[in-house]
Write a protein that binds this ligand. Structure first.
Ligand code: MG
Ligand code: MG
Length: 269
């Protein structure tokens, strides 16, 4: 069941999405070699509470193995759903930070992959390409197009650059629930899938690998890693389908403002 949102609902979703955007930038300020991922998680949890949001990931999932943290922090070969803890970031790592917030009954869910200190050129190309593919997917998220148009745009751009497109995990509708219909895969064919309509709200989130797209889940039941141990990047925006041009509810602008201090922040948009 796909729920089309009214403008007043979209206003609330924008507020939730922007709280996530500001949280990601707050976390980004502290990303440097030596910091523990658990420390980043505490920074995010405090920040969200200060702005009267609720961390949406904490407690999410199956009874007995609920996700234990505010952020999913996925380092290097971890694709998504990494659990923050005592791991220390190292120079040259890449770290994907995914954050979900619920505020006033509506959800925001968005993610950014940071470079830690200096990364090699091939790694930076993976980040750049993944981010570009996100925006190319968003360009297709207009009234009258289909889900497959988004999927095809993401897949084509990443594969042309020689990267892998994760199949097992996909984007999704978002609104009063964090995950709503429809699914938004990052691979597929033009002109296929659900018809996009004004007022549909989607989380578009390419998960792209340096080599093979195959993944596996670790014994913690959460952390998804590349099967071959190669690096993975993940960027996510929340958008509203509109006539002619999608509206992006979330933003990387706050992260871009950090780039005067960290020249490895990749910005596009
Ligand atoms: Mg997410
Ligand atoms: Mg998501």
């Amino acid at each position: 069941m796909i729920y089309l949102k009214s403008e007043s609902e979209i206003d609330k979703m924008r507020e939730s999405a922007l709280l996530v955007s500001r949280t990601l930038a707050e976390v980004g300020k502290h990303i440097e070699p030596g910091i523990e991922t658990g420390k980043l998680d505490r920074i995010a949890e405090e920040y969200i509470a200060r702005y009267n949001g609720r961390p949406a990931f904490k407690g999410y999932g199956p009874a007995g193995n609920e996700f234990p943290a505010t952020l999913c922090i996925s380092v290097n070969e971890e694709v998504v759903h990494g659990i923050p803890g005592d791991r220390k970031l190292e120079e040259g790592d890449i770290v994907s930070v995914d954050c979900g917030v619920e505020k006033n009954g509506y959800f925001g869910d968005h993610a950014y992959t940071f470079a830690v200190g200096e990364c090699d050129e091939k790694t930076l190309k993976l980040l750049r390409t993944t981010l570009e593919s996100l925006y190319q997917g968003i360009e297709q998220a207009i009234h009258g197009n289909r889900i497959g148009d988004i999927a095809h745009a993401v897949q084509t751009h990443c594969e042309e650059e020689g990267f892998g497109v994760v199949r097992e995990l996909v984007g999704h509708g978002i609104g009063k629930s964090m995950h709503e219909d429809p699914s938004v895969p990052n691979f597929g064919r033009k002109g296929r899938g659900e018809r996009l309509r004004t007022g549909m709200t989607l989380a578009i989130e390419p998960m792209i690998t340096m080599d093979s797209w195959k993944t596996k889940t670790l014994n913690d039941g959460w952390t998804v890693v590349t099967a071959d141990g190669s690096l993975a990047a993940h960027y996510e925006h929340d958008i509203v389908v509109r006539e002619g041009k999608a509206e992006i509810l979330s933003t990387f602008d706050y992260i871009a403002e950090l780039s005067t201090k960290n020249n490895n922040i990749i910005y596009y948009g």
